[in-house]
Design a protein around this ligand. Structure first.
Ligand code: NAD
Ligand code: UDP
Length: 324
């Protein structure tokens, strides 16, 4: 797509959204960043505020908004377990009403709209690695359900707006992604371990650390997301995006201790309810339709992320907004 696009990024001040805005602004598109700053800080986008092709709107996606755009990346939703469990009802409203509102906007504007879905739609998976046709194993009444079921319902809405109203949709299922601009207090494993290691504090493994995750570096992920948005073949997804290299949480802890040169020990804590045991994306669809695969190894990505953590002032980062 060579023409300049008017692009709305909901959740555009967050970890992934702010870097996405930066990429789109740099290539010359007109970018509207919409965010209620529930889990993000203005500092993530202040460097873009003086760009003529960047606008920032404080708004909540559960409320409809009237704009004219060509593309919508729908990223607004708390992503870390501690953040999405802060107000589970609001998390579900954000996923479901947010989806209805961006889909309505896309329908009116004839815009293309991409949903940032998640590997959590697979729940605690019984098949490994996870393929897109696997329907998942989600506990609908557990503490993760507000996020998992909200994202599943959002996928349903995307498909129905596509089937009924011919809305031009894209669905990407994002697997654990990390990198610079992660919220340092989001409670996710990478941010916790890096902060703990840099402070020479014990690294808190939940359970015995044998559970696995497959970690994707931010830039690889965003490249795939943009390729999906710009794909002209009619492929709507859902498509898994992630790095198939699978690690136990203990291996991750050991690697972060090595890379930071920390004297931290590893301690074991309680495993959260419904914590998925294994997670690894099958990315054959992404390879086939997007000619994409991740390039940045966990070691290389962690080195970049640790370097960023060393530069930030933690006083800039607040916990989730009260009364959200
Ligand atoms: P993030 O928390 O940094 O970003 C989410 C952004 O959405 C924040 O800026 C937050 O303030 C905003 N937001 C939350 N609720 C809102 C609302 N009601 N109205 C307007 N803005 C709202 O998280 P992230 O890691 O950048 O995740 C971005 C998207 O990608 C999310 O939809 C998330 O579910 C999805 N995702 C991320 C990962 C990952 O590993 N990072 C994995 C799977 C899916
Ligand atoms: N985890 C951990 N210590 C921490 C934070 C998380 O051992 O300080 C574990 C958590 O129980 C899970 C894995 O790391 O098994 C990934 O957790 P995260 O919250 O980053 O993401 P998600 O569970 O959503 O994949």
């Amino acid at each position: 797509m060579n023409q300049k696009q008017r692009i709305l990024v909901t959740g555009g001040a967050g970890f992934l959204g702010s870097q996405l805005c930066e990429i789109l602004v740099a290539r010359g598109d007109d970018v509207i960043c919409l965010d209620n700053f529930f889990t993000s800080q203005k500092v993530n986008v202040t460097h873009l505020l003086d760009k003529p092709n960047f606008e920032l709107i404080r708004h909540d996606v559960i409320v409809p908004i009237w704009l004219e755009v060509d593309q919508i990346y729908n990223l607004a939703c708390p992503a870390a377990p501690g953040h999405y469990q802060y107000n589970p009802i609001k998390t579900m409203k954000t996923s479901v009403m947010g989806a209805i509102n961006v889909l309505g906007l896309a329908k009116r504007c004839n815009a293309r709209v991409l949903q940032a879905s998640t590997s959590e739609v697979y729940g605690d998976p019984e098949i490994h690695p996870q393929t897109e046709d696997y329907r998942g194993s989600v506990n609908p009444i557990g503490p993760r359900a507000c996020y998992d079921e909200g994202k599943r319902a959002a996928e349903t809405l995307f498909m129905e707006y596509h089937r009924m109203n011919k809305v031009d949709i894209r669905i990407v299922r994002i697997f654990n992604t990390y990198g610079p601009r992660m919220h340092p207090f989001d409670g996710r494993v990478v941010s916790n371990f890096i902060r703990q290691a840099l402070d020479n504090q014990p690294l808190t493994i939940f359970g015995d650390g044998s559970q696995t995750r497959s970690f994707c570096y931010r830039d690889d992920l965003l490249q795939a997301m943009i390729l999906m948005m710009e794909n002209e073949s009619g492929f709507t997804g859902p498509v898994n995006i992630g790095n198939p290299a699978e690690f136990t949480i203990r291996q991750l802890a050991e690697l972060i201790i090595e890379l930071t040169g920390s004297s931290s020990e590893i301690v074991e804590g309680e495993l959260p309810v419904d914590d998925p045991t294994r997670r690894q994306p099958d990315i054959r669809l992404a390879k086939q339709h997007l000619q994409w695969e991740p390039e940045i190894s966990l070691r290389e990505g962690l080195e970049k992320t640790i370097a960023w953590f060393k530069t930030i002032d933690l006083a800039h980062y607040h916990p989730p907004t009260p009364n959200y």
